[in-house]
Design a protein around this ligand. Sequence first.
Ligand code: TXE
Length: 480
Amino acid sequence: MKGHHLIGGEWIAGTDLVPDINPSDTGEIVGEFPTGDEALVNAAIEAALAAKHGWARSNIQLRHDILRRASDAIMARREELGTLLAREEGKPIAEAIGEVVRAAHVFGFFAGEALRLGGEKLPSIRDGVDVEITREPVGVVGIIAPWNFPIAIPAWKIAPALAFGNCVVFKPAEMVPASSYALARILVEAGVPAGVFNLVFGKGRVVGTALTSHPGIDAISFTGSVGTGRSVAAACVAASPMKKVQLEMGGKNPLIVLDDADLVVAVDVAVNGAYLSTGQRCTSPERLIVAEGIHDRFVAAAIEKLSAMKVGHALDPDTIVGPVVSEGQLDSNLDYVRLGREAGATLAFGGERTQARTPGFYMTPVLFTDVSSDMRIAREETFGPFAAVIRVKDYEEALAVANDTEFGLSSGICTTSLKYASHYKRNSNAGMVMVNLPTAGVDYHAPFGGRRGSSYGPREQGRYAAEFYTSVKTAYTAAG
Ligand code: TXE
């Protein structure tokens, strides 16, 4: 596969082709993709600006139909797209197909939202005056995506942007261009008009920076690391005019397991959350905060489950844990294993580079015990197949440890006590709270996002997506 940029409805071959490497089999090149520069970004923004007025006023049935067709096409091609995604990102095939299905559902949901966008009419405090509140498109939205959900994250940014009448310039993550390219082809086939959706491949510090500094971009939606997120926000605020900005960043999500938890449920929730998708999810529970009465049984059962999980090629049907995405990510994960040991934590399982039937970035899932809340492995997001068990006395200590973090994306509790579950839902510092469910499982029609260092700006997904992708207008009319 040879990728092309998409600018103003034209497929542009581009230069400086970069191989898209399969992390399950580093000898396999999934495709080659061009590297864009500032001039290309500027051309994409010009194309979007040219289309902006027409698309903002386009018929909502038209927008619905385009997004509906995109949803249907993604769903019909889920196996093919899932295989492509698994090959370039390393997500085991069943999860990869599940992610594609999620993207289809997201497009379907926002097809409906295009029809449902409403306003408000208020009585005025002045006689003979009407007050109307409407939502208008923001304009041209720059979308910057990470590598860990190569089709679902682009979908949940692009679909609401288009549904609410915005034009898009999309920059995918360097490591997963093929899924974005396939999605762009589907959008064009679904009938997105020229210039309404543009795609530019390339490096973050070139293409990303060009997007965040260009005056033609009205808003930036970003998902990625905390450091990059901060610089994206700073650039959006420094730009003239200032840009609306939405950031989804990291997490160091806590999962509390209380003495009264159902052990089977708790281990399932912890292990599935922490190790599926090779732990490369911002909602993964990297901190397992376990009460002392259940601690030893929980750790023993978790190790037993981990021992049975096959690490392997993403396309092998019995693989549970695929490779990590890159050599750099693997090094970083193994560095955290070293840091945990040096800090005095016990490496209870895994933590080594390992082999599969093909050469790739494989490692065994990591479980640390005897972790304290001040250790770096309990504070920093590793973004690997990694969990650190922190032993606590009781619920009160568990709550304090859970909230002792700079982040606040997702959090969970496993308990059979209504009292503790209710208290935790009210007192967790996170934007999303799960009771007896993995911290990583979310619905596409509900708002997604966190607090503190995890997120900035309006929520993504569901009806709440309108907060970011529309701009409110208040109109006053002297009704006579
Ligand atoms: O992230 P970056 P990377 C974390 C995770 C991972 C680490 C690095 O810990 O190991 O981040 O991943 C674009 N202006 N997460 O390097 O750099 C970049 O091209 C504008 C957690 O992939 O933040 C890519 O498209 N854009 C996270 C996107 O930003 C810039 C998911 C994200 O890249 C830019 C991903 C710039 N100056 C990584 N520099 C989560 N928690 O979900 C880069 N980019």
